[in-house]
Design a protein around this ligand. Structure first.
Ligand SMILES: O=C1CCCN[C@@H]1CCCn1cnc2ccccc2c1=O
Length: 501
């Protein structure tokens, strides 16, 4: 039996690679940083999409689709802030043997593609709010080591772009979307996240305010940005000369937002819940929530085999009728034991074993993937028990993840306690002066003290340095006079730090 054969706590990176391949979610491709999303993974993206798409439409956002390509001259209109991103832009320079007159970029994000059209469409206050979303792929030619789902050169996302008459309206949109992102993580993926604002150094330079949901990966002790929602202010309106006639008849520039959640969310869920037997799926996004496995002994008579088969089929039909995503694995070329291992690796929340004894007694044995608990059920109790236990599993996965995160979420007041806490895989709240030079200092010193003279490859996807994750909206009490943990100056807020992807 091909098992994962590596423990999550002993070799997290290898464990992750084994889990995503043995569960048939990912396969590898000739081009580094590009992966195949197999049906078991794509189905999870569809569940996220289905829920989030309905919710953003409730916010008055409409879906649209813009071109994949942006001319060099247009992309560089954002010159000031994309210089940081320029190395990641992928270019089309030829068609066939002939060079293109002007190089064309493949979208890394769509502001520069969309906003010239926003300029054309927004002429009056009656055209506002303009709220569009796009489900698409984007390409960023990352330099750091790629990790399936978490960092790939092409990924799927949604990007929302809105324009409003007032800052207040735009900021409400920013927060409404951020709250949806929190729900995607906490209610669909069973992963707790912390909402907050990015510091000056970490925010999207094209905007005014970047808000974020930050997740913590217990296995690696690293944090990861789950999704972002930006208030762009009037920066892009000015850059793209978007003007409209306001109610008073004057000229005004709209207040804009942009926001995105990507297939990285699937990687976060895998890392958060997976165990040494493989994937553990939250029922709300599990492609299959129950797998029914008949235990057909060779010694059974033909009619008993047939009877067992139809009994298993009846249980499966009852579950399907209750809108439960169920699969009956009646393949006769695999043993029950092999099937248990296979579906455990794929993370199916519940297994129903149905053997000859169960046929006689009218029962089935239910086995939970998250806890391993085995319970014998009467056939007529299967549907309502499964519905209830699926909800229990969803809640249990969230509670376990939150407990693990909270155990590693610590407050630090003095520098001397900071790097040791990082070494303990903690995510750290500190009183902070919130000045960029001190943020740089913490990055530098935490890396230096952690590496203690060893070198670190710039390509590494995971640095030893601590970085700010966010300024949590939920601020602990900060008594006046509290000192910043690193500068000794007056602290102005609590900041969340961690090693991250
Ligand atoms: O986050 C989001 C949410 C979705 C819409 N876009 C914003 C901001 C994207 C920032 N960004 C990120 N990588 C880039 C890479 C190359 C060129 C430009 C960029 C770039 O502007």
């Amino acid at each position: 039996l091909l098992g994962i054969d590596v423990s999550k706590k002993d070799n997290f990176a290898l464990w992750y690679t084994r889990v995503i391949t043995y569960s048939e979610m990912i396969d590898y491709y000739d081009i580094s940083g590009c992966y195949i999303l197999r049906p078991w993974a794509y189905s999870i993206w569809e569940s996220i999409q289905r829920w989030l798409d309905a919710e953003i439409k409730e916010l008055g956002v409409e879906n649209s689709y813009f071109p994949l390509f942006v001319p060099k001259s247009v992309l560089e209109r954002e010159k000031d802030h994309i210089e940081g991103f320029a190395p990641e832009v992928a270019w089309v320079t030829k068609s066939g043997d002939s060079d293109l007159a002007e190089p064309i970029a493949i979208r890394p994000t769509s502001e520069t593609i969309m906003y010239p059209l926003f300029k054309k469409w927004i002429r009056s206050h009656r055209d506002l709010p303009l709220s569009l979303n796009q489900w698409s792929n984007v390409v960023r030619w990352e330099f750091k080591d790629p990790t399936p789902f978490l960092r790939s050169r092409e990924f799927l996302w949604q990007e929302g772009h809105t324009a409003h008459a007032t800052f207040e309206e735009s900021q409400k949109m920013v927060m409404d979307v951020l709250n949806l992102y929190k729900k995607v993580y906490e209610e669909l993926l069973a992963v707790p996240v912390i909402q907050g604002r990015k510091t000056e150094m970490e925010r999207f330079p094209g905007g005014d305010i970047t808000t974020t949901v930050e997740a913590y990966i217990h296995g690696s002790g690293r944090s990861v940005q789950g999704a972002t929602s930006h208030n762009l202010g009037q920066n892009f309106g000015k850059m793209f000369e978007i003007q409209y006639e306001d109610k008073a008849g004057g000229h005004a520039v709209p207040w804009q937002t942009s926001w995105g959640l990507t297939t990285r969310s699937i990687g976060v869920m895998i890392m958060a819940h997976g165990d040494d037997k493989g994937l553990v799926l939250p029922p709300r996004v599990a492609p299959k929530q129950v797998v029914v496995i008949p235990i057909v002994k060779a010694s059974l008579s033909a009619e008993n085999k047939a009877a067992l088969q139809s009994y298993a089929e009846r249980i499966t039909t009852d579950l399907k009728a209750a809108k439960i995503r169920v699969h009956l694995d009646h393949r006769d070329n695999y043993t029950p034991g092999w099937k248990y291992n296979h579906w455990e690796q794929k993370g199916v929340p519940l297994r129903l074993e149905v053997g000859p004894m169960d046929l006689d007694k009218g029962t089935a044995r239910m086995v939970r993937r998250d806890s391993g608990l085995k319970v014998d059920l009467a056939a007529e109790a299967v549907v309502h028990t499964v519905l209830h236990v699926l909800e229990e599993i969803q809640a249990n996965l969230f509670a376990k993840c939150k407990a693990e995160r909270d155990k590693k979420l610590v407050k630090v007041w003095e520098w001397r306690d900071f790097v040791p806490a990082l070494e303990e895989k903690c995510v750290i709240l500190t009183p902070f002066v919130n000045e960029t030079e001190w943020e740089e200092e913490v990055k530098r010193r935490s890396r230096e003290e952690a590496l203690a003279g060893e070198s670190e490859d710039a390509r590494t996807a995971t640095s030893a340095a601590a970085k700010t994750l966010c300024i949590p909206f939920d601020q602990p009490d900060l008594p006046p006079g509290t000192k910043c943990f690193v500068s000794g100056k007056e602290a102005t807020c609590w900041v969340l730090w961690g090693r991250s992807y």
